[in-house]
Design a protein. Structure first.
Length: 453
């Protein structure tokens, strides 16, 4: 059925907003609800998409015949708008199903993994766009090259970030895909690591052409009809890997990309950190398998300026540096901190971390403590609950108590800016997937005043 109106419940989410923008591009009447205003919802409004912030079932437009309702599983099942849409007979589908329907009949290139998928998918989309191959892309972050989470093209190729939350990625049937990592997460949904990894194997079974897997992950030919390829940061046993890796004094790396067809020499990612060498190898591997010119791949990687909140450098001087990152899983934190050590050797690293979700904090507290012990100073904030209700006994203290960093403290986010004004800082990094991003501007201003003052 060809719907006139597309209505989004939870329109401010990163994945939801990309689909909303897509249907606006397609000429549909697009509107929606979100719980709180944000920079992203303000951008949607500026683009002509109606957004409201109260549970108002009367604002659902049209009729069940001409209106499709899309929702995110992050909204509560008893939300008035969702209840009414179902009672009145509207077609109501999850965001993941909507993305699956958009991708049907097109050449879908998907990037899955516990971490690394946002930067890798955004870089892959940039490679295809920059090279002239073209693609539409639904991204899990804001591309700094394009200032959006949606790229549009009339080329029948789609790049999609394949999110494992709520088994969303099982709605996709890609032609080619990358799996970057399979570390335990979302155990409130999957129960344990075995079931979590089984979902990735099911995703692999839906890939029809080429599947690029991080070397060492437990995916075998029995799991997929696709041809399996492997990639790695620098392991020569992987088909795609970096060699001759050279860092510079700005935290950037230059490397040679080894691949089955030969070598691409002297690639220098436009974003710093060894982690972005690995992401570049992953994105380049899919592009090469899809026939993109090697020279165009090298140029695109060099011109890539990253994703908002992924090792995002806001200030960088010899005396004071500030980086923000979305990391909210122990392995992500470890990789990011390791990258920062490589970027800023010998300097004191102070991390501010806002845990995300009570269940994740409970299930991964030991891992968080181990990862965060690698910084010189830890400032820990209260847990950001997102969609969850509190769990008795689960607070940020269960992480802090096990952290062995030389300095550590727990403070409320309302006190953070005052605390930073008096703190001795060298390299500061903010971590988290909650609302810690609201502090990026104020923190940057405080640090600039310190430099200029």
């Amino acid at each position: 059925m060809d719907y006139k109106n597309i209505y989004f419940i939870g329109i401010g989410g990163i994945g939801m907003s990309a689909i909303a923008r897509y249907y606006k591009f397609k000429g549909k009447n697009v509107s929606g609800y979100d719980r709180t205003p944000s920079e992203l919802t303000e951008e949607l409004v500026a683009e002509g998409i109606g957004v409201h912030y109260e549970d108002r079932p009367d604002l659902i437009p049209g009729t069940p015949e001409d209106t499709l309702v899309v929702y995110t599983p992050a909204v509560p099942a008893d939300l008035g708008e969702l209840v009414l849409a179902r009672e009145k007979g509207y077609r109501v589908i999850k965001r993941s199903r909507m993305l699956g329907e958009i991708a049907e009949g097109q050449k879908c290139l998907a990037v899955a993994g516990t971490h690394g998928k946002t930067t890798t998918s955004t870089l892959l989309a940039h490679i295809l766009t920059s090279s002239g191959d073209g693609c539409s892309a639904f991204l899990g972050g804001i591309s700094k090259n394009y200032r959006t989470n949606l790229l549009t093209s009339h080329t029948p190729t789609i790049v999609a970030e394949a999110d494992e939350f709520d088994r969303s990625f099982l709605q996709l049937h890609p032609y080619a895909a990358v799996i970057t990592s399979m570390d335990a997460d979302h155990l409130d949904i999957y129960g344990d690591l075995d079931h979590y990894r089984q979902a990735f194997r099911e995703f692999a079974s839906q890939v029809s052409g080429s599947l690029v897997v991080k070397y060492g992950l437990p995916i075998s030919p029995a799991d997929t009809p696709a041809k399996i390829h492997t990639y790695s940061y620098d392991d020569p046993r992987a088909e795609f890997h970096a060699e001759n890796i050279r860092p510079d004094n700005l935290g950037h790396f230059t490397f040679d990309l080894m691949h089955p067809g030969g070598v691409i020499k002297d690639i220098r990612p436009g974003v710093p950190g060894w982690l972005n060498v690995e992401n570049s190898v992953a994105a380049a591997s899919i592009a090469l398998l899809c026939g993109t010119d090697p020279e165009e791949i090298s140029k695109a990687i060099a011109s890539f300026i990253g994703v908002w909140r992924r090792l995002d450098v806001h200030l960088n001087t010899p005396a004071l540096s500030y980086i923000d990152d979305y990391a909210h899983h122990p392995r992500e934190l470890s990789s990011a901190i390791s990258s920062l050590r490589g970027m800023f050797p010998g300097r004191k690293i102070t991390a501010i971390f806002q845990p995300h979700l009570y269940t994740r904090t409970r299930d991964l507290a030991d891992g968080f403590a181990e990862a965060l012990s690698a910084v010189d100073e830890l400032i820990l904030l209260d847990i950001y609950p997102a969609r969850e209700e509190p769990i008795p006994g689960v607070t940020s203290s269960i992480i802090l108590d096990k952290v062995t960093a030389p300095e550590k403290t727990l403070i409320h986010k309302e006190d953070l800016l005052d605390y930073l004004k008096d703190e001795k800082l060298d390299v500061l990094v903010t971590f988290g997937a909650g609302n810690i991003d609201r502090f990026i501007g104020p923190i940057t201003e405080i640090l600039k005043e310190r430099i200029n003052g």
